[in-house]
Design a protein around this ligand. Structure first.
Ligand code: AMP
Length: 479
């Protein structure tokens, strides 16, 4: 493992979780992009941005904060046009400044271009060094900016040609949406790590608008229909002459992110062609079959453990109880007590229902354990509320390796399952028993019959070369 600290790297951070949205052919583009981002808010809460075009000029607003706080009607009125893209960004460490908020935009010899990215370029450091040695001046510390420099420097004359050129130099995970003055171009990496769905919205004049989004829940909100996915290695261009779809490269081994189904996506979305609610419930059912326990109630950690807990309860016959209540309105600003209160952060978010827990043997279901600190606090909380036994069940295998493809996971050092046995983790979180879903059952839950998913955070086997600075962290076959 690398000794290189993230703060030493030229980039803000290596693992970003984001949501992207793009729309072509609607007179109220900015309002629809806003609604799309509103539905994708769970994919990133730190900053958000929208760029639109009226056919001649690109307009852009990006700010720190939540979508609904940033995009007031006045702000949306500054974003005219019938095509646009949007982004929500999440970041927990490093430089969280506005300069990294997306869409990023430039004016170059291919015209004005704005870009929004979900994923992580695994060779961004190397590419940035080469570009800087050649004189490029970077405005941000985000890996995404690399693609704009590659486009600007390309000898290809057209934007689509320059993009093809740029995409072939980038490695890693990317679902990218680009806005030019008169067109939208989207592209997905050859492994299809991150999702990118295509939707259609019928307009009264019979001309449909075309939409691209990280998740289909964004289509539902605006009344659009899900028609399929941008394929791995595919570029889709939509402009005045219509829509074209092409493979800009040979697709690699497909490696859809399994963690999208475990945790990240909303349960009302269809991701990689599969309903998330369905796969999550199956994870819970299989967890009950693999790791049964005698208990009185099944309690989810809201919201991440809800669907799996429903599955666990249905399979085991143990009653499902909502015995932890989440405050959904925990904002960015709240009054902190002047004297430290233990576990304040978790209490702010979750409160146990003593009435449902007193004297009970509880199966507590959550989606994952990362550092273990949250689980430990929640287990204590359950006991303080009177639970007699707490049996923790996790709806995925132990997280033993960081993600380099766009999910925010800490370094291996901080991952509790990378450095401890399950028994040691059980002891740390103070549960009476602890069990994880097996990799085989996770595969089964997402219907992965032909090895189309990436499980690198559970196996440490990465489907591509992963580099951090000079240090090659891992290269193995497909996961
Ligand atoms: P920890 O205290 O680090 O073990 O936190 C585990 C909790 O964080 C679980 O309840 C998960 O739902 C949640 N979680 C896991 N992975 C992520 C992620 N990449 N981003 C945000 N939250 C996460």
């Amino acid at each position: 493992m690398s000794d290189l600290k993230e703060e030493d790297l030229p980039f803000d951070k290596l693992h970003e979780e984001c949501g992207v949205f793009a729309l072509y052919g609607h007179p109220e583009a900015s309002n629809l992009v806003y609604l799309g981002l509103y539905a994708l808010q769970h994919r990133g809460q730190e900053s958000a941005g929208i760029a639109t075009s009226d056919g001649h000029k690109i307009y852009s607003v990006r700010k720190m904060g939540h979508v609904a706080e940033i995009f007031t009607p006045d702000v949306l009125n500054q974003l005219p046009g019938n095509l646009g893209i949007g982004h929500t960004r999440y970041s927990t460490a490093g430089d969280t400044s506005l300069r990294n908020a997306q869409p990023l935009s430039v004016a170059c010899n291919k015209g004005q271009v704005a870009v929004a990215h979900n994923g992580n370029f695994t060779n961004a450091i190397e590419l940035r060094r080469e570009l800087e040695e050649d004189g490029s001046i970077f405005q941000s510390t985000s890996d995404t900016e690399v693609v704009l420099h590659l486009v600007a420097r390309s000898r290809e004359r057209t934007l689509s040609g320059a993009l093809r050129d740029a995409l072939l130099q980038i490695e890693g995970a990317f679902s990218l949406v680009f806005l030019a003055e008169d067109r939208i171009i989207v592209a997905r990496d050859p492994h299809g790590f991150r999702p990118l769905a295509i939707g259609r919205l019928e307009l009264p004049d019979g001309q449909p608008a075309t939409i691209f989004a990280s998740e289909t829940c964004a289509f539902d909100l605006i009344g659009a229909t899900y028609v399929g996915d941008v394929e791995p290695g595919e570029m889709v261009i939509i402009g005045p002459e219509g829509m074209t779809r092409e493979l800009y490269t040979t697709p690699g081994v497909t490696a859809h992110c399994s963690f999208e189904h475990v945790y990240f996506s909303r349960p009302d979305s269809i991701v990689f062609g599969k309903a998330v609610a369905e796969s999550r419930e199956k994870m819970g059912r299989l967890l009950a079959i693999e790791h049964p326990v005698e208990a009185d109630v099944v309690v989810p950690v809201p919201d991440s453990g809800v669907a799996a807990a429903i599955g666990y309860a249905a399979e085991s016959g143990i009653p499902y109880k909502q015995a932890l209540i989440r405050n959904h309105y925990v904002g960015r600003t709240f009054i902190e007590p002047s004297q430290a209160i233990r576990d304040f952060g978790v209490k702010l978010k979750l409160n146990p229902v003593r009435h449902l827990l007193e004297g009970k043997r509880v199966v507590l279901v959550d989606d994952s354990i990362v550092r273990g600190t949250t689980s430990r606090k929640i287990v204590r909380m359950m006991r303080n509320a009177g639970a007699r036994e707490v049996h923790l069940r996790i709806s995925c295998p132990p997280t033993i390796s960081p993600c380099y493809y766009g999910v925010d996971t800490p370094t291996q050092r901080e991952l509790i399952a990378a450095n401890n046995t399950i028994e040691q983790i059980r002891e740390y979180v103070e549960a009476d028993s602890l069990a994880y879903l097996s990799l085989e059952s996770l595969r089964d839950s997402v219907d992965d019959t032909n090895g189309r998913f990436c499980y690198s955070c559970y196996t440490g086997r990465y489907p591509t070369l992963v580099q951090i600075d000079e240090i090659v962290l891992a290269k193995t076959g497909c996961c």
